[in-house]
Design a protein around this ligand. Structure first.
Ligand SMILES: NC(=O)c1ccc[n+]([C@@H]2O[C@H](COP(=O)([O-])OP(=O)(O)OC[C@H]3O[C@@H](n4cnc5c(N)ncnc54)[C@H](OP(=O)(O)O)[C@@H]3O)[C@@H](O)[C@H]2O)c1
Length: 325
């Protein structure tokens, strides 16, 4: 593995699974700017225009759940990054197949293709046995598959709290809900605690790990600099986007009923499993960002760059509101 981590030969061929999503788009853009060659398998035959314009990025229509396809995708690659993840099950895409089984197939295909480096995306609070939701348990099982990989595969695992940034499904989603509802939001688990981390800092963690051999065999929890409740995240989003915000915190039983009802809607906007994930705090037990030399940016430093506030008077108003708090 020495050759691939040597700073004198930094241009790598990297296969990124799940690279077309929110985190993947940010990470791959930066990997391409670093000069790496990036293969990105996807189920989609069109779209992902942001990635298609990058010269050293190749989108490949492929089924990553097929082991022989994976082996072909990994052939000649220096590193594999697995970002594939789902928040809800749909048809054959179960938490077990998409998180746990895929992680196992990735490890096996990396071995067959003699890939020496694997960066694996997990989640804070992932725990194979003790987590309250299937999402978190399957993420924990996936971590176990990665840790059990043969010694020839240098793995690194990342466990971020909730991630924010342009195109996220956190702040953008709440902003859209507040716009649609005129500012009224019934909120499940409003006191659930998170340490939101920016997508740029998460991407930086992956980039640093690619270059740094001391990260092999380690797990990094990634958190932003502040712990916020879900309610505080929504209020901050509303303030920055200039939206009215009236939050009604739902008692757990009503929140659970809300999840039962929304679980039946197309696209499951809020599922029973999502509700269960919210019953554990998503805060770090150790400072993975500091271990990597990253100073993570707070929510307020980044939100205004992508939420609303198109003109100078609005921006000034925003800073006044922050000062008044
Ligand atoms: N966003 C967060 O706040 C957050 C927090 C903690 C951990 N994470 C983890 O970070 C990773 C990336 O998150 P994200 O927010 O970027 O997710 P995302 O935007 O939903 O992107 C998910 C990616 O996974 C691929 N994918 C989804 N279902 C798949 C399936 N059944 N088979 C194969 N590929 C599938 C999609 O690829 P195609 O559609 O192109 O095939 C897409 O590229 C996930 O593992 C997630 O669990 C995210």
């Amino acid at each position: 593995m020495k050759h691939l981590l040597d700073s004198r030969s930094p241009k790598l061929t990297i296969c990124v699974l799940g690279g077309t999503g929110f985190v993947g788009t940010e990470l791959i853009t930066r990997l391409a700017m670093d000069g790496h060659w990036v293969r990105v398998p996807t189920r989609a035959s069109a779209g992902n225009d942001l990635l298609r314009v990058l010269d050293t990025v190749r989108l490949i229509r492929a089924d990553v759940h097929d082991s022989s396809t994976l082996t072909r995708l990994f052939a000649g690659a220096d590193a594999v990054i697995n970002l594939v993840g789902i928040l809800n099950e749909h048809g054959r895409s179960t938490f077990r197949s998409v998180h746990t089984n895929l992680a196992e197939k990735v490890v096996a295909a990396a071995r067959t293709s003699r890939v020496s480096r694997l960066l694996h995306m997990s989640s804070l609070a992932a725990d194979a046995t003790g987590a309250p939701s299937q999402y978190l348990r399957s993420k924990g099982e996936a971590e176990a598959r990665v840790r059990a990989s043969p010694p020839t595969l240098g793995w690194t695992i990342f466990r971020p709290s909730v991630i924010f940034g342009p195109g996220d499904s956190l702040t953008n989603r709440f902003a859209n809900l507040l716009r649609l509802s005129g500012g009224f939001l019934p909120l499940a688990r409003p006191q659930a605690r998170f340490a939101p981390v920016s997508v740029a800092d998460v991407a930086q963690a992956f980039r640093l790990a690619l270059r740094d051999p001391t990260t092999v065999g380690h797990t990094y929890e990634l958190c932003g600099p502040e712990v916020l409740t879900l309610e505080q995240i929504v209020r901050t989003t509303a303030a920055v986007a200039g939206l009215r915000c009236r939050i009604v915190g739902l008692p757990d039983f009503i929140a659970w009923l809300q999840a039962v009802a929304m679980n039946l809607l197309p696209g499951k906007p809020f599922s029973i499993d999502n509700y269960k994930s919210l019953t554990v705090d998503s805060v770090c037990r150790e400072d993975g960002c500091a271990r990597l030399g990253i100073r993570p940016k707070p929510l307020l430093a980044v939100l205004p760059t992508y939420l609303g506030l198109q003109n100078i008077p609005d921006q000034l108003d925003y800073y006044r509101r922050i000062n008044d708090r």
